[in-house]
Write a protein that binds this ligand. Sequence first.
Ligand code: UT7
Length: 320
Amino acid sequence: MTHRAVIRGTGHYLPERVIENAWFEDKIDTSDEWIRARTGIERRHFAAEGETTSQMAIKAAERALQNAGIPAEQIDAIIVATSTPDLTFPSVATMVQAGLGMKHGFAFDVQAVCAGFVFALANADGLIRSGQAERVLVIGAETFSKLMDWEDRGTCVLFGDGAGAIVLEAVQAGERGILAHDLNSDGSYRDILYVDGGVATTGTSGKLRMQGNVLFRHAVEKLAETAHRAIEKAGLSAGDVDWLVPHQANARIIAATAQRMHLPMEKVVLTVADHGNTSAASIPLALSVAADAGTFAEGDVIVTEAIGGGLSWGAVVLRW
Ligand code: UT7
């Protein structure tokens, strides 16, 4: 029997501490005006001292399970997309498993940086379609504030912390659920966005380094292309898309991508102003915030897309 993966519930968690753009003005040479105009970001949340990725992931997961009306006992697998794990190992996903009181099933992390949630979603869909799991918790959770070089104005104003989660459940193939995905990587672009430390090199966790304007050009081109391919694989066309839920890195990238997809901005879910770039957490955060606001109607076609370090990029098309 063929199965489809349907979203049964969403949930998110944002740390209490909100940092407005003006906070940076007496620390580095920047301004609220520059940040808003170039990125669309107005504020972001930063984890508290000692607050970790797994703690945020657990809170988002609990909310998603509650929203779905599905208890943790019924979850078969947990996938966490993150590049900011609490520890090098074990995975954040196994920490979430323990936090939810589960002793059954399996759990693992996916590391595709900002594209992580899209990669995790595609993998969860594969587990469900192949019958290996019936219900999968898919989470994006990050504490990018811990990777910042606070003297680099080109990066430290961009990122924030948070977590978003969804519960996927297998249903007999029908109209709803994940319809198609398109995943891509090209490791020859590693110097465009990377962290300058790691276990096998410096023995430290390092700081984020980014060639922002080079990445900007890749993003605008590659995001529209991958979204287009995923829509085609789903047997749909751009006109069928009800909502774009993009990775929230920069409002200008999002607008340019929407334009290339011939989508009006009214069909785009935007959370970048309030969250900043939360890497792998940005899409599940946006999905959860929009779902809470009643944005999506059953049957709506939703496209998600993201690009991040690697470079890795991709898109998922689903029917709500
Ligand atoms: O999540 C993974 C995906 N990430 C992305 O997709 C990020 C992609 N890149 C971007 O979003 C944009 O490239 C940035 C927001 C990072 C930068 O915007 P930009 O329009 O590409 O600016 P730029 O890097 O070309 O820099 C323009 C100017 C430079 O000054 P000069 O050389 O023209 O004098 C920068 O030094 O803006 C300067 N600048 C700043 N000024 C004030 C860079 N950062 C800042 C800042 N405040 N925070």
